[in-house]
Design a protein around this ligand. Structure first.
Ligand SMILES: [Zn+2]
Length: 277
């Protein structure tokens, strides 16, 4: 039997230098949704993949191909429409998905869903916005609860403070430097509790900042203390599809920009990695 292979595609609302596919992840996201749909992909929630690799859900080959969608860093524009700096009015990823879903119809994409990985610490978000978003405070959490309770979106864990270079010195601004229980607990479990408190949810997925992982996190911390805290899977930025035998603590994802930057490149990537046996 052909093996089920599920790509996870990742977008960043912060990736915007214009209003074209190559310069704006929203434009790419909208275009990709329709291309995926026309290629026959069924969009499924990311947490289904965590359940699948953990043996708690089946994904049947006859309903494939499947795709899951995520967006990183939790900019307000993941969920809220509005002007973005000097690039004019922008639809949020949520709005784009909602409009797409209404357009193609519930029965054709019954599980359409987007997972937003957000940064827990509000002080860290303020600092990152000050430096990396030119002072524009676009990393708020006042939309997390509504997003999490919508049928189309989930809020999940992208660490306490991203070990972001706006906060840490160069050698520490790297998630690979998290090699002890105290730091890992703060960055992953404390982050989960804070995100769950704000979003009134129960997050189960973690996404390594920049995709940085190490043996301690993937082989020791997450499978023991992480799992006990309710985390079921962790996502990297390795460009390959998830399969049933994927390690739940090293779930790969493709990233818009680094892994494809045109509709044709995405189609070629999917044909090569997913649609051929
Ligand atoms: Zn990130």
């Amino acid at each position: 039997m052909t093996k089920v292979k599920v790509p996870v595609l990742t977008y960043h609302a912060a990736n915007i230098t214009g209003n074209s596919y190559q310069s704006n992840d929203r434009i790419a996201f909208q275009s990709d949704l329709y291309n995926l749909h026309h290629l026959g992909f069924q969009i499924i929630p990311l947490y289904w993949l965590a359940e699948w690799v953990n043996g708690d859900r089946e994904l049947h080959h006859d309903a494939a191909p499947y795709v899951a969608l995520s967006c990183d860093d939790g900019l307000d524009h993941d969920f809220i429409d509005g002007d973005y700096l000097n690039f004019g009015p922008q639809k949020s990823f949520y709005r784009i998905l909602k409009d797409f879903h209404a357009d193609v119809g519930q029965k054709h994409q019954p599980h359409a869903h987007l997972t937003a990985f957000v940064i827990a610490c509000s002080r860290a978000r303020t600092k990152i916005a000050m430096k990396s978003l030119q002072g524009h405070q676009l990393l708020n959490d006042n939309w997390w609860k509504e997003a999490n309770h919508s049928a189309l979106m989930a809020i999940e864990n992208h660490s306490w403070d991203h070990r972001h270079p706006d906060i840490y010195c160069t050698e520490q601004a790297n998630f690979k430097s998290i090699t002890d229980e105290t730091q890992a607990t703060r960055q992953i479990i404390r982050a989960k509790k804070e995100i769950d408190r704000i979003s009134a949810g129960n997050s189960q997925l973690f996404c390594y900042p920049w995709g940085h992982h190490n043996t301690y996190l993937a082989q020791e911390f997450l499978p023991t203390l992480g799992q006990q805290a309710g985390i079921k899977a962790a996502f990297t930025c390795e460009a390959k599809p998830v399969t049933h035998d994927t390690n739940p603590w090293l779930m790969p994802r493709y990233v818009c920009g680094p892994d494809w930057h045109s509709p044709n490149q995405l189609i070629q990537l999917l044909k090569q990695d997913v649609l051929t046996a």
